[in-house]
Design a binder for this molecule. Structure first.
Ligand SMILES: [Cu+2]
Length: 105
């Protein structure tokens, strides 16, 4: 009984650890980022989910975040970034040229 209880507690702790990632959802709609500015706290791991709602692929790219990935139309990608220091981290869609900013504070 005690072992089972310990196991349950350990499971809960690991679930909480995953939940601590700060999650941001971003979409690409009609070749624009929605929203174009996203915010995250400094010093925390960030889970960034980018959903491409368009039919056409887009390349999600950020030089300061060192990210570059093609996201097909109707698909999503998840990026794990950070922890980051306070500042502005730009990103853009290489195919359409649309721009966005991650503001960390
Ligand atoms: Cu590129």
């Amino acid at each position: 009984m005690f072992r089972i209880l310990t196991f349950i507690i350990l499971c809960c702790v690991s679930l909480l650890a995953t939940a601590q990632d700060f999650e941001i959802r971003l979409s690409i709609e009609q070749n624009k980022f929605v929203p174009s500015e996203i915010k995250a706290p400094a010093g925390q791991k960030i889970k960034l989910l980018v959903l491409n709602k368009d039919d056409t692929p887009e390349e999600f790219e950020s030089v300061p975040l060192n990210l570059e990935k093609i996201i097909n139309g109707g698909s999503r990608e998840i990026f794990f970034i950070g922890p980051l220091t306070a500042g502005n981290y730009s990103f853009f869609g290489e195919f359409s040229g649309t721009q966005g900013m991650l503001v960390v504070e």
